[in-house]
Ligand binder design. Structure first.
Ligand SMILES: [Zn+2]
Length: 310
């Protein structure tokens, strides 16, 4: 095996586009700093809506395969070379929105056996040996079945990967040091939507989304970690734009197929749910996902300073 970089970050997402919307700046930052960034996407978004009229004919597997090419383009922009589909492309299909008959399709991710799907991720974890895992909260951020399932699979896989007796054929046990859930502080979301209200007339979108449409919005006091991605704003916007069937970008705003305008967040926020908070002064958020992890150089994580080696 070729030697991996010292810092290794794994992100687990439900559909192509979720990674760029939630973590595009974070991924660009760590890739630029030479960390190994691995993205595992659980479905190919086979059931989502399609924005460009000229691509509206794409459905099911044809849509999934088109979205793989969009994801590849987004990853090229972010500088991320290691991106995979959970269990291989097409292994788990998009489950559609909660409550639809699509949820009962035996091939959909919502119907996947949790431990089987987790074992697929265990293989990746033991191969890449990430110190940091990023995924959604138990509600998947906003209740979509694939996002909820991605959360369950990621958390279960983190446990199983560390178990000595679980599937030795999948590699040497590995314990992930820190696990984060994607978050947006309520005050930041409210402030961004207030600004959006003032410029909505100038945008090509008919209306604004609401704070509650943003996945992972929580009270500010739950936020443990802020990654300032301002330096990677252009890369994040370009990665989102690469998902043309799902996202329309008018910087610094975007809309999904519902045409409702939303802010692009350039500071990305996290809640540390496993592992020790590192570096930051008491009461201040971490500024580095790797802060405080033993054996990793150059990650003081002291708030207010950013280590720029990109
Ligand atoms: Zn999604």
């Amino acid at each position: 095996m070729t030697e991996l970089p010292g810092r290794r970050l794994l992100l687990v997402h439900a559909h192509p586009d979720d990674e760029s919307i939630n973590n595009g700046a974070t991924m660009a930052r760590y890739a630029a700093e030479g960390a190994h960034v691995t993205l595992v996407t659980c479905t190919l978004g086979e059931r989502g809506e399609v924005i460009p009229p000229e691509l509206a004919h794409l459905t099911g597997e044809a849509l999934g395969s088109h979205r793989r090419t969009e994801l590849a383009a987004a990853m090229a922009v972010l500088g991320v070379h290691d991106f995979r589909s959970l269990g291989g492309p097409g292994r788990h299909q998009d489950s559609g929105m909660m409550g639809l008959a699509d949820n009962d399709d035996p091939r959909c991710f919502w119907q996947a056996d949790l431990d089987e799907a987790a074992a697929e991720l265990v293989g990746v974890i033991r191969e890449v040996r990430p110190q940091v895992l990023v995924t959604y909260d138990p509600d998947g951020g906003y209740g979509h079945p694939d996002h909820i399932q991605a959360h369950r699979v990621a958390m279960r896989a983190a446990d199983l990967a560390a178990e000595r007796d679980f599937r030795p054929d999948l590699g040497t046990p590995w314990t992930i040091t820190k696990i984060y859930w994607n978050r947006v502080p309520r005050s930041v979301a409210e402030e961004a939507f207030a600004r959006l209200k003032d410029v909505l007339d100038e945008l090509p979108f008919p209306a604004s989304a609401a704070v509650d449409d943003v996945p992972g919005v929580v009270d500010d006091n739950l936020i443990t970690t802020e990654i300032d991605g301002t330096a990677h704003a252009a890369a994040k916007a370009a990665a989102m734009r690469a998902h043309a069937t799902q996202i329309e970008v008018v910087e610094p705003w975007f809309a999904l197929s519902n045409q409702l305008a939303q802010p692009i967040f350039l500071v990305e926020y996290y809640e540390l749910v496993r592992g020790e908070r590192g570096g930051a002064r008491t009461g201040e958020p971490e500024t580095d996902l790797f802060a405080g992890i033993p054996g990793i150089p150059g990650t003081s994580g002291i708030s207010g300073t950013s280590e720029v080696n990109a």
